[in-house]
Design a protein around this ligand. Structure first.
Ligand code: PMP
Length: 361
């Protein structure tokens, strides 16, 4: 056995050896409707103003470790209650990792299935036991199964994606409140898709000391910045702050996000257009016989093919220049599911046109 193989076998934790790396498909030259990005560029004047500001950045210096200006802008922009703490992450993925890293090594983690795959991926990577609780057929929370799992596992952390990825629905508010009341541990309400659902638990955070509300700016139009934040009672956020790496938010992200928050109206208008486009795309998809379309409160739509192969349709769409997401490997979904991100009007029209001709073949 080579020395490197021996290192892997002897020293890398077995759970990591068994994991597969998170795979991001190559998208060069394709219309990207796979990753829930905002498809709209910034208006020209806004971009020029930003480029001017960027020229003042001194990349030889470390960023402000506390990102004070960014946090001030963020609190204002997202109406974060003054009594709550905020922790920043290099994307909300990093915050999921930070929250789980803070837990002791026997801590159980619970999330519904299907839900955002990183909850389980990161729990596995840290060797924490993960329990996925299947959703009801209509993708609502199965409350008797959730309550039983909470009783049995006494989880340190419960993740609830609101709206849920990949099913696109909001869970019932009363169900979330029951879970918050029942859980002894932390409940993370992940509001990554909040700009498209327009509902939030942020203002409920002062009522629940075990609630962390997590957001990202990725879906709002700033995916390239890698910025997420978590809001909660200071006794929790202060602990997370101790293990956040000091310079995890780089100078370019700090400057750009602070600038973008001053132009939040532009990003909110883009989100409104995406919501309108979502309704067009929903009605376009619903018009096909043999396609079951699930309701959406997010910037993506889940649908299942009743008499066709998702693999075939996915591959043909890709050959036609449109990249969507195959959901084959996601347990708990109906057969032959695909997920499409809402794009611009012309991208959505092109997707529908190609989809129609592929279904006929
Ligand atoms: N939460 C949910 C529910 C998501 O779907 C995603 C990204 N797909 C994230 C968190 C991560 O977002 P980011 O790391 O870009 O902030």
């Amino acid at each position: 056995m080579s020395k490197t193989n021996k290192i892997v076998e002897d020293l890398i934790r077995p759970e990591i050896q068994q994991m597969a790396a998170y795979h991001v498909p190559e998208a060069t030259g394709l219309i990207k409707l796979d990753a829930m990005e905002n498809p709209f560029p910034w208006p020209k004047a806004m971009k020029e103003e930003w480029l001017q500001l960027l020229s003042n950045v001194e990349p030889n210096r470390y960023p402000d470790p506390s990102a004070r200006e960014l946090i001030t802008g963020l609190r204002d922009c997202f109406d974060v209650p003054a009594e709550l703490g905020v922790v920043l992450g290099n994307g909300s993925d990093e915050l999921i990792q930070l929250i789980l890293m803070a837990m002791n090594d026997r801590s159980a983690v619970i999330a519904p299935t299907p839900s955002f795959v990183m909850y389980q991926h990161i729990a596995n990577s840290l060797g924490l036991p993960f329990t996925g609780v299947p959703l009801n057929e209509d993708f609502s929370l199965n409350m008797s199964a959730m309550k039983a799992a909470i009783k049995q596992e006494d989880p340190a952390v419960i993740f609830l994606s609101y709206p849920n990825n990949p099913t696109a629905n909001l869970f019932d508010d009363d169900d979330l409140i029951q879970i918050l009341e029942l859980a002894n541990g932390i409940v993370v309400i992940d509001e990554a898709y909040q700009p498209f659902a327009c509902k939030t638990f942020m203002n409920r955070t002062p009522d629940f000391k075990n609630l962390l509300v997590m957001r990202t700016v990725s879906k709002l139009g700033l995916a390239g910045l890698r910025l997420g934040f978590v809001v909660g009672h200071p006794c929790l956020t202060d602990e997370l702050e101790k293990i956040r790496l000091p310079y995890n938010i780089n100078v370019f992200t700090q400057l750009t996000a602070t600038f973008a928050f001053k132009h939040i109206d532009t990003l909110n208008q883009q989100a409104a257009v995406i919501r309108e486009q979502r309704e067009r795309l929903l009605s376009g998809l619903t018009s096909f016989a043999g396609v079951k379309v699930f309701p959406s409160d997010a910037n993506f739509i889940l649908f299942s093919l009743l008499s066709d192969s998702a693999e075939r349709v996915f591959e043909q769409l890709k050959q036609a220049g449109v990249l969507i997401k195959k959901m084959a490997s996601n347990p708990g979904l109906p057969a032959e599911c695909l997920r499409v991100t809402v794009g611009t009007r012309s991208e959505n029209d092109l997707f529908i046109e190609k989809f129609a001709s592929i279904l006929k073949q």
